[in-house]
Design a protein around this ligand. Structure first.
Ligand SMILES: Nc1ncnc2c1ncn2[C@@H]1O[C@H](COP(=O)(O)OP(=O)(O)O)[C@@H](O)[C@H]1O
Ligand SMILES: [Mg+2]
Length: 262
């Protein structure tokens, strides 16, 4: 039974801690002196394993910076980042590159697909580069779940935006990373294609036990998450569990109103 396999591999914690990633007192500052910008101001956060987390907040509030620091794509000024039990802050470049390759999946707004490769080749590319054989059963399941079975031989230009982004999502999932990060992964898609991709991300959390963190400014996108974190001026100022689009929108209006009166 595939579900039993899933439970051993992804349900529960499979020997991993219940927290997939942690930030402790993380400060990220850019520049110095008069031009110094504090993008993250002593951020503490736990990202629960097997949950879908959305990071929201006004433009410039530090969403991308937080995600990049959590994903080991950017260094911190002070504080610690952990992936499971591994402290990634302070890892040397080579180790960090290896860790990102082996343990983290990325979905970027620009899909970053190679135009000369077909959908399947794009999906397995990171594993090919890492010299790892894809688990056929798992790959099949991912491809079925994304609904790309009949598009595997197509090149990116022969696919719609939504399909291309689903290839990018499948690529992130295929290697079974401990955590997937997406910075506005549906930002370039129309609402129907966006819903397709978000529905699939949701499904990969529910059915495959995936841990996902996305940055979004869209209340509808955030409503697919289990938890929404709100950033303002580099701090986590609020959070919401089981968000609905209406509740998220209300909360955003609230912040706007407070911003205007203070
Ligand atoms: N490479 C950089 N150099 C200088 N300042 C930066 C850099 N990246 C981000 N910032 C600043 O850090 C703050 C947070 O940026 P960012 O994380 O991109 O916000 P968000 O993703 O919420 O829009 C902003 O004030 C931004 O101008
Ligand atoms: Mg950003």
């Amino acid at each position: 039974m595939t579900s039993a396999v899933t439970i051993t591999r992804h349900g529960g914690t499979g020997g991993r801690t219940a927290v997939a990633a942690r930030a402790r007192q993380v400060v990220k500052a850019y520049g110095s002196g008069e031009t110094r910008v504090v993008a993250l101001d002593h951020v503490d956060v736990d990202i629960a394993r097997g949950q879908f987390t959305a990071i929201m907040g006004p433009s410039g509030s530090g969403k991308s910076t937080l995600m990049h620091c959590l994903a080991g794509l950017d260094t911190v000024t002070s504080g610690q980042i952990y992936l499971d039990d591994t402290e990634i802050t302070g890892l040397k470049d080579k180790k960090l590159t290896q860790l990102r390759r082996d343990r983290i999946g990325f979905i970027f707004q620009a899909f970053n697909l190679l135009p000369t490769l077909n959908a399947l080749e794009n999906i397995t590319l990171p594993m090919d580069i890492a010299g790892r054989k894809p688990d056929k059963a798992w790959l099949g399941r991912v491809i079925d779940t994304v609904g790309l079975s009949d598009r595997l031989k197509h090149r990116p230009t022969q696919l719609s935006g939504g399909q291309q982004q689903r290839v990018a999502v499948a690529r992130a999932l295929a290697a079974r990373p401990e955590i997937i990060f997406g910075d506005e992964p549906t930002g370039n898609l129309d609402s129907r294609a966006g819903a397709e991709v978000l529905g699939f991300l949701r499904q990969s959390v529910d059915e495959l036990g995936q841990t996902i963190v996305i940055v979004t400014h869209d209340p509808v996108a955030a409503s697919y998450a289990d938890r929404v974190l709100y950033l303002a001026d580099g701090r986590i100022v609020d959070e919401m569990y089981k968000p609905t689009a209406e509740a998220v929108l209300d909360r955003m209006k609230d912040f706007d109103a407070r911003g205007r009166t203070s």
